[in-house]
Design a protein around this ligand. Structure first.
Ligand code: ATP
Length: 574
């Protein structure tokens, strides 16, 4: 089968862009997947997400708005000034490319576009900017107006069709197994191999049997195992029978380190490649871990010169592309390791936690910068409490209690009762929620010119949709408030996000594609007719007196607090 004509994909982009319903979106995608050549379904899946590879691959096209406008000028033979003024009028580079491109008939194939975008991404060093501009101009020359619109948007990362990885999994299950009921099987494989392209190609060519065989590969991240919240220490003991491994809960950034025998790659909780951000951690691992290959996990935490733990906010300064070496010196970190998922060619995810931990202990030689997470094996509540108090006394957030039972395998991407978190803040009955910003209301009076409140939503994992939970207007510093419009400008969309469930009377002034996650402190969960979180008989759950705590740049929208977690908390407190 020859490569799909790009115009067919562009037509689907257009349909998706126009829909405001998540279910409709899934239908469109499922129908489309059935018609595409199976051998290139992987690249089609990436393009539907506005990507040219899996996110963890860290491939950047590296073209800014101005560069794309120059390509449009070359393609159309117009002066750059004219292109700029068309852009100013239309406000979107995609629409500018569409308006000014000269070709009318579509001739491009998906493979041609995909390969050219990779060629552009691969160019680096002196002269690469010119090369990128000219290569894109040549591609636009062959593109019809509609194709040009979407090529420009993919390049700039502004495609925003509203579909996420989970939406594509649903559509793939429908297209290739006939029912959405098989999505959990796809999701299980996706948790071990979070690469939508590989999942799409495997299900399309090898079916469910192929999906079941997907395993761990060094260099490809694994979705991280998560912890449930405990209401009390008693609850930990009820949920975890026998020996409980209590580990210190560090407030830093989760790191999954992969070593294939040659190279160390670090992944964040969002599965982004963070290797360049932490050259000190890479060096530390080289000295401290002796093995032929591995995948290990830990939490990276800022420390002072005496090795004391420092707050999470300080670590945020290490999120940078430039001046990395300077900040390595300025903000030293320590990696506290707590799990092992792969060792010397063998996957360990199906082995119980004690076995994984033993293997981890064997390969580590602790140093100032690479240590094992502090832990204590407990059977009784007193022991858990003592350890918790000790952790708090020197700056940790709390503990993570871990099961040592034979079934305590590594559950990729799952928030279950094998790991239970118990934090100091729970004792104060102050809970925080990680919510996705989906809209905003203009400010009035003192807040004129910025936003008065952000509309925040939780994630409904079962239905792959976002449900509103609160309007967030307090807790921001003056500076943070003033910066809101700029921070959110690139996420603005003209209508409600397709995967958002919203009450008809909830009408923010601006809508955002779900992208930014904020941590919010709340006083109480109540019922409200205006919110859609866990809605029942016309009443949703809502957070009273929400206060902004911090941005959670380490979380993706689908990693926000789930509707189920909120419902469980609401029921517990009633
Ligand atoms: P929170 O917002 O409470 O930090 P979270 O939503 O980021 O939690 P959870 O799964 O609820 O993630 O809590 C587990 C997180 O705690 C892990 O992702 C990891 O980053 C961190 N952590 C710190 N110390 C440990 C440890 N010893 N074992 C496991 N995770 C740990």
């Amino acid at each position: 089968m020859p490569s799909l004509r790009f115009i067919k994909l562009a037509n689907v982009f257009e349909q998706l862009e126009r829909t405001t319903s998540g279910n409709k979106m899934r239908e469109i995608l499922a129908r489309f997947f059935k018609t595409v050549p199976k051998k290139e379904i992987d690249i089609i899946a990436y393009l539907l997400l506005g990507q040219i590879a899996s996110k963890y691959e860290d491939i950047n096209i590296g073209m800014a708005e101005k560069m794309v406008l120059r390509s449009i000028a070359i393609d159309s033979g117009r002066a750059e000034k004219e292109v700029s003024s068309t852009f100013k009028k239309l406000g979107d580079v995609g629409l500018t490319a569409e308006k000014l491109t000269t070709k009318s008939k579509p001739t491009l194939t998906v493979a041609q576009v995909f390969n050219t975008l990779h060629k552009i991404a691969a160019a680096s060093g002196p002269g690469s900017q010119e090369f990128k501009i000219k290569t894109l101009a040549a591609l636009l020359k062959k593109a019809s107006p509609k194709e040009a619109r979407y090529i420009a948007r993919i390049i700039l990362g502004t495609l925003r069709l509203g579909a996420g990885d989970m939406t594509l999994l649903d559509a793939l299950a429908i297209a290739f197994t006939g029912t959405k009921a098989n999505k959990p099987k796809l999701e299980h494989a996706y948790n071990i191999c979070p690469d939508i392209g590989i999942i799409a190609k495997t299900i399309a060519i090898k079916g469910l049997k192929g999906i079941e065989k997907i395993g761990v590969t060094v260099g490809r991240p694994i979705q991280m195992m998560l912890a449930q919240r405990a209401k009390s220490v008693q609850m930990i003991k009820e949920k975890i029978p026998g020996v409980i491994a209590c580990e210190e809960k560090y407030d830093g950034e989760r790191v999954q380190a992969h070593f294939d025998g040659k190279r160390i790659i670090l992944f964040s909780r969002r599965l982004e490649n963070t290797t360049n951000q932490f050259p000190d951690v890479v060096e530390g691992l080289k000295k401290s871990i002796k093995a032929k290959s591995y995948v290990i996990e830990g939490e990276v935490v800022p420390i002072d010169e005496k090795g004391n733990l420092l707050p999470f906010q300080i670590l945020m300064q290490r999120r940078r592309k430039y001046d990395v070496e300077l900040y390595v010196k300025k903000i030293p970190v320590c990696l506290f390791l707590f799990d092992l998922l792969f060792l010397n060619g063998k996957s360990y995810i199906h082995k119980p936690y004690p076995e994984r931990h033993k293997a981890l202990q064997k390969i580590i030689k602790p140093t100032k910068r690479i240590k094992l997470a502090n832990r204590k094996l407990c059977k009784e509540i007193d022991c858990i409490e003592d350890f918790f108090n000790w952790c708090i006394s020197h700056g940790a957030e709390g503990i993570i209690a871990k099961s040592c039972a034979p079934d305590s395998t590594y559950k990729a991407g799952v928030r279950g009762w094998l790991w239970i978190k118990w934090k100091q803040e729970y004792q104060k009955l102050a809970d925080t929620f990680d919510l996705v910003v989906v809209g905003a209301f203009y400010g009035k009076g003192k807040r004129a010119g910025t936003y008065g409140a952000l509309l925040c939503a939780a994630y409904n994992h079962k239905l792959d949709r976002f449900e509103t939970f609160c309007k967030l207007g307090s807790g921001f510093t003056d500076k943070q408030l003033a910066e809101l419009p700029k921070k959110f400008a690139k996420y603005k969309i003209p209508h409600k996000p397709a995967r958002l469930l919203v009450h008809k009377d909830m009408k923010p002034d601006v809508w955002f594609t779900p992208a930014v996650v904020v941590e919010v402190l709340g006083a109480e969960i109540t019922r409200s007719p205006l919110h859609t979180c866990a809605v029942e008989k016309g009443q949703g759950l809502a957070l009273r007196f929400p206060r902004f705590v911090r941005y959670r740049a380490d979380k993706s929208p689908e990693q926000a607090t789930t509707v189920k977690e909120i419902l469980d908390m609401y029921k517990e407190r009633k």
